[in-house]
Design a protein around this ligand. Structure first.
Ligand SMILES: Nc1ncnc2c1ncn2[C@@H]1O[C@H](COP(=O)(O)OP(=O)(O)OP(=O)(O)O)[C@@H](O)[C@H]1O
Ligand SMILES: [Mg+2]
Length: 242
């Protein structure tokens, strides 16, 4: 990994879906070790930004880097540094959840023995051991969320990107995920999450970025953002969209 203090760097990112402009000249940075909450109403461009960061979407203009690695030119390096917990479930339907994790580990070049050890440890950590031989469709919604997290963490990434990680989770699971994310951040992982829950952003993060209609409207230290009354309208919109 390059010795960069900037975990995520996005400059002048512009993305069109055909003629529709989803991202309009988006620029911001996330520092190594930050806990960054990306807020914005439905359709603001959060998932699109994540897709550009992780190589799932192309873009028409911009410079996007993970620890200095360009996400298109240096895709393999940049992708290896990210653990992605996507907004939607996208698991292979034919594999047991244990196999899913072992395969995912091996995509990242982890040896079979280590892949099995990590898979077992993560399943245990997230209370899924008794479901290890089930296919993902036999899991409840909250269990699938936990499986997404296990898969994102399997290669011990430097940055964890989570797209609404606690949407649809009960309180107990929400607290478990919050504790786990806070612990990972304490250990030095950079965390980038999107959420519609102000409480989640307030409790966990250090920095908040707000996007609306594909443009960054505010970014900065949580303390200042939460005090900024001019942002109330957008906060209301975010809270209203829960
Ligand atoms: N594959 C696609 N093709 C066409 N338009 C898309 C596609 N994906 C997203 N969009 C559009 O881009 C805009 C931004 O969508 P995006 O999914 O990034 O929003 P979001 O901020 O993640 O919203 P949410 O909070 O609902 O998840 C929306 O208007 C959406 O309809
Ligand atoms: Mg989204």
């Amino acid at each position: 990994m390059r010795n960069s203090e900037t975990a995520i760097s996005i400059k002048n990112l512009t993305k069109f879906y055909k003629k529709f402009q989803a991202l309009d000249d988006v620029s911001f940075e996330v520092k190594r070790g930050d806990f960054f909450a990306f807020l914005g109403p439905n359709g603001a461009g959060k998932t699109t930004t994540i897709n550009c960061l992780t190589g799932l979407s192309n873009y028409q203009n911009g410079d996007v880097r993970i620890f200095g690695y360009d996400v298109t030119a240096d895709y393999l390096h940049s992708r290896r540094l990210i653990g992605l917990c996507a907004q939607e479930f996208n698991f292979d339907p034919f594999l047991s959840i244990y196999q899913l994790l072992v395969y995912q580990a091996q995509y990242f070049g982890i040896t079979p023995g280590e892949a099995k050890r990590r898979s077992n440890a993560l399943l245990e950590r997230f209370g899924l051991t008794d479901k290890r031989n089930c296919k993902h469709r036999a899991l409840s919604g909250g269990m699938k969320k936990r499986l997404l997290l296990c898969r994102a963490l399997i290669h011990d990434p430097e940055i964890l990107i989570l797209d609404e990680p606690t949407a649809g989770c009960d309180l107990e699971l929400k607290f478990l995920i919050w504790d786990y994310l806070a612990q990972l951040n304490k250990e030095g992982k950079t965390i980038f999450l999107t959420t519609h829950y102000m409480e989640e952003a307030e409790r966990l993060c250090k920095t908040i970025g707000i996007i609306n209609h594909g443009r960054i409207v505010h970014i900065g230290d949580k303390k200042y953002i939460l005090q900024d009354r001019s942002l109330e309208e957008i906060f209301l919109e975010i809270t209203g969209s829960e």
